[in-house]
Design a protein around this ligand. Structure first.
Ligand code: FMN
Length: 207
């Protein structure tokens, strides 16, 4: 049973969440983790290569992770999608991957597969919930079964400025990306990865 974790990350925060999500997936016996990054726009690659700043280091550090293909989505029994927030939505790079699934949609190939979403924002109220909820919309069109994070999960009821929502795992990166996911953010991300893998196991026989 394959569980795909596919993410986009420019400054590394969503990548760190993706690693925690992956750890959760790997806790489920029988789950094979498939970790992929989203195809980066060539204009952006050119930009970071010229600037040689921090985002270039992050980009370079992800080269060993294969880019996600439509076939990776087809072969997956469950998928976790991670994207940074862009004006309260997922990134165009992640949306481009989802928009490339028309042949899967036509044949209903994603129907009945569980999906989870996770994100990062610069600020506390920068749109984690809107990003997570809007990421779910195309997944529902594809017939996927959305898996969130229940409030019985330790650390879910919190009032300090950090991530962790019932819609999916999240983190606050800071205006300059100076923050890192907290241990609580990572624990919730791990729970979400595990839940999607467990749901995939339960749903696989019904597809
Ligand atoms: C074009 C653009 C739009 C953004 N929009 C938002 C936003 O709506 N809310 C917010 O809190 N952060 C916003 N950010 C900040 C990113 O969400 C932040 O850099 C990201 O969460 C860091 O994740 P990463 O380290 O995985 O790239 C925006 C950044 C860019 C470049």
């Amino acid at each position: 049973m394959k569980i795909l974790v596919v993410y986009h990350s420019i400054y590394g925060h969503v990548q760190t969440l993706a690693k925690a999500v992956s750890e959760g997936v790997q806790e489920v016996p029988g789950a094979e983790l498939v970790l992929r990054r989203v195809h980066e726009f060539p204009e952006f690659v050119q930009h970071v290569e010229q600037e040689k700043g921090f985002s270039y280091q992050v980009y370079q550090g992800q080269q060993s992770i294969p880019e996600c293909t439509v076939n990776d989505l087809r072969e997956a029994d469950g998928v976790l999608f991670g994207s940074p927030t862009r004006y309260g939505n997922m990134t165009a790079q992640m949306k481009a991957l989802i928009d490339s699934t028309v042949e899967l949609w036509l044949k209903g190939e994603m129907e009945g597969k569980p999906a989870g979403v996770f994100t990062s924002t610069a600020s506390t109220h920068g749109g984690q919930e809107t990003t997570l909820l809007t990421m779910m919309v195309p997944l529902l069109h594809l017939g996927m079964v959305i898996v969130g994070v229940p409030y019985s999960t330790p650390g879910m009821i919190h009032t300090e400025a950090r991530g962790g929502t019932p819609y999916g795992a999240s983190t606050i990166a800071g205006a300059k990306g100076e923050l890192q996911p907290t241990p609580g953010d990572l624990a919730i991300a791990k729970v979400q990865g595990k839940r999607v893998a467990e749901a995939a196991l339960a749903l696989r026989s019904k597809r």
